[in-house]
Design a protein around this ligand. Structure first.
Ligand code: RNT
Ligand code: ZN
Length: 413
């Protein structure tokens, strides 16, 4: 493309090699969360309401009802997204006719997912599902004061790790198994210590089993509050940061899980100084942890800069986490995945060495001027070229394909 050649030359003038950026971007996998496809319902307990203080709103037609439909939808999305990626599963997305509860799950209940992932060259990530279940109704799971409840969830998480390890071994790429629990109090508690002490004990039990670290990576995800846990969340960020540093686990930073004036982009460099690997749940909070589809926003861009500028992407697992039921679900995936990639590409096209040097020299004028000039460099032409080379639609053309799929498949459900 002529515009690409021009863009290539303009970047080259700053010492940036667009071809190298392509090679880097091609190798960055993003974990596409299955739960956008069916509003976090899963297949094990179709009648259970979504609980745990998270919520989907909207009733856009066409949500997947079976594992086969969900896979078909994700395949459609992947056909519109450049590169080869991973799929993030929750335990309730098991594909089985057996009536199994969460404390009985085994790798075999996910065999069809593994077969599919193998066939498509996809990786898999995994999550225990400590919500939307009668045993989480009290609002407490791993930090419950009720021993039998706590044991149930410990057993669930132990099994999930084994399933994660199975994924990793079968697919020859590490599975990230992320523990998030909704536990917390609506109103101000008297004892903030005891639930956290119990959560620590539960995690110690869960992680006591040694698994193959090249196949499974444990991550722990905190948050500041949820619906129904406005005053206290057992698994806070500080709790998990401490736990992860001490026990060599990965922290999961979800971009919707902090006070609205905090930026996850500013946390990455600190967290990765004291932990080996990081998991990101890229989401978009609107006034609360609303899990809107991610935009190509300033903060998404800043996160991408943080990952690229110091090579931290090599120790970071990028996953998406949003669930919007008011728009076409396949489109939601495509918009989110492509936005994440666009942000990474823009970061890869930055003349970072020049900027760092200006900063070291204290030339903040040049730093500011160049950063602003970079915003109007022709990165779009480079992105289009990347899409073309990956045989996926350039520009808004993907929407026509998503619409055709909606007419032919989704609206007939
Ligand atoms: C909830 C957490 C968690 C979930 C998924 C479905 O606040 O972000 O990651 O969104 O497990
Ligand atoms: Zn999350």
């Amino acid at each position: 493309m002529k515009t690409y050649q021009e863009a290539r030359e303009r970047y080259a003038a700053f010492g940036v090699d667009t071809e190298k950026a392509f090679r880097e971007l091609q190798n960055i996998k993003i974990s596409m969360h299955c739960w956008q496809g069916d509003d976090v319902r899963g297949f094990l307990f179709r009648d259970n309401a979504l609980t745990g203080g998270i919520q989907t709103t909207g009733n856009y037609p066409g949500a997947a009802r079976t594992p086969a439909e969900l896979r078909e939808d994700m395949e459609k999305a992947f056909s519109l997204i450049p590169g080869r990626h991973k799929v993030n599963l929750h335990s309730t997305y098991a594909d089985t006719d057996e009536k199994v509860d969460l404390d009985q799950l085994e790798p075999k209940h996910f065999q069809s997912w593994v077969d599919w992932a193998k066939e498509r060259g996809l990786g898999l990530d995994f999550n225990p599902t400590c919500f939307s279940h009668p045993k989480s109704e009290s609002g407490f799971t791993l930090s419950s004061a009720d021993e039998s409840i706590r044991n149930f969830w410990v057993e669930h998480c132990r099994r999930c790790r084994r399933i994660g390890e199975f994924f990793g071994k079968q697919l020859g790429q590490k599975c990230v198994t992320d523990v998030w629990i909704p536990d917390g109090y609506k109103d101000i508690p008297v004892d903030r210590f005891a639930p956290r002490e119990r959560l620590k004990e539960s995690l110690d039990e869960i992680f006591s089993e040694k698994l193959d670290e090249s196949a499974n990576l444990d991550a722990v995800e905190g948050k500041v509050f949820g619906i129904g846990s406005e005053s206290y969340v057992t698994g806070s960020h500080e709790f998990y940061l401490g736990y992860a540093v001490k026990n060599h686990k990965a922290v999961c930073l979800d971009t919707g899980h902090f006070h609205p004036t905090e930026y996850v982009s500013d946390k990455i460099s600190s967290v990765l100084l004291f932990t080996d690997e990081l998991l990101l749940h890229v989401s978009r909070p609107v006034r609360w942890d609303s899990d809107h589809v991610i935009l190509l926003s300033d903060e998404l861009q800043e996160i991408a800069f943080e990952l690229i500028r110091n090579g931290l992407f090599r120790r970071t697992h990028i996953g998406l986490d949003f669930f919007d039921a008011s728009v076409n679900r396949v489109a939601a995936w495509v918009i989110g995945m492509r936005n994440m990639q666009k942000a990474l590409l823009r970061a890869l096209l930055e003349p970072t060495q020049i900027l760092k040097q200006k900063e070291r020299e204290g030339d903040y004028t040049a730093r500011l001027a160049l950063l602003e000039e970079m915003k109007s460099m022709p990165w779009q032409a480079v992105w289009d070229e990347f899409c073309e080379r990956n045989n996926v639609p350039v520009g808004a053309k993907w929407l026509d394909e998503a619409r055709a799929y909606e007419r032919e498949v989704l609206l007939k459900r």
